[in-house]
Design a protein around this ligand. Sequence first.
Ligand code: AG3
Length: 269
Amino acid sequence: MEWFTERYNGSGLEIKVVRKIAEARSIQHIEVYETEFFGKMLVIDGKIQLTELDEVFYHEMIVHVPMMMHEAPRKVLVIGGGDGGTLREVLKHEVDEVVLVEIDRAVIDLSREYLKIDQGAFEDERVRIVIEDGLKYVERCEDRFDVIIVDSTDPVGVSDPLFDEKFFKNASKICDIICCQAQSPIVQKHLFIKLWKNAKAFEKRRVYLSYIPTYPLGYWAFIVAGQVDKFFEERFGKLKGKVKHYNPELHRAAFALPEWLKREIDVSG
Ligand code: AG3
């Protein structure tokens, strides 16, 4: 048995792995492991993307928070999210159409075969899969979406352009609400701040937090922007399919920020 290690800024996380289940080299290096405690684990370019044990912490928070802030989200765009976890959660809402734009088909193929966390979401007739760079898709998009969810890898390599100003400007023209995973505000503060500044393309922006044990230091930020004043809490009881993590109390609490983080986002403008 071996240890898988991910390091960040002079710290790191070690996970005991039982075996490597699958691997592919596409535009990224994709690995699927069986771990001793966390179930199956997806790693891209050496960075932990999800484990079976805590993926709901992430997927339910990146999906239900923005979806419940929109009055009637019927049309949703997911950028990234090739493992299908975000898709699975979006489909718990009364949506008519979900477009998933993933740059790397191998992430979808490996996830469908070995992880299966999509629970059939890829086969749902409301879903359309596009293999393309999300930045380009949004740039030439003539459609409008109620909600856009950016479920990407860290903004290095293939995901880097997704975090730039141009992307947010283009996205602001085609949606009411956008939500992005926004890295660790502690060990990846520069990435988080860059994203916060670029999200200024939207009139209103807010940060929320969630605890995700297997991500860098576990303290994870999300940025939601656009029409972000409301919370249609009454729809919680109408979700189709059970949730394991998200609830209205957690939704409200997630927006409570510590003083140091409020200051960081204030000074960064
Ligand atoms: N996307 C965000 C993963 C970020 C983790 N970063 C890291 N381990 N350095 C997750 C994709 C799951 N759908």
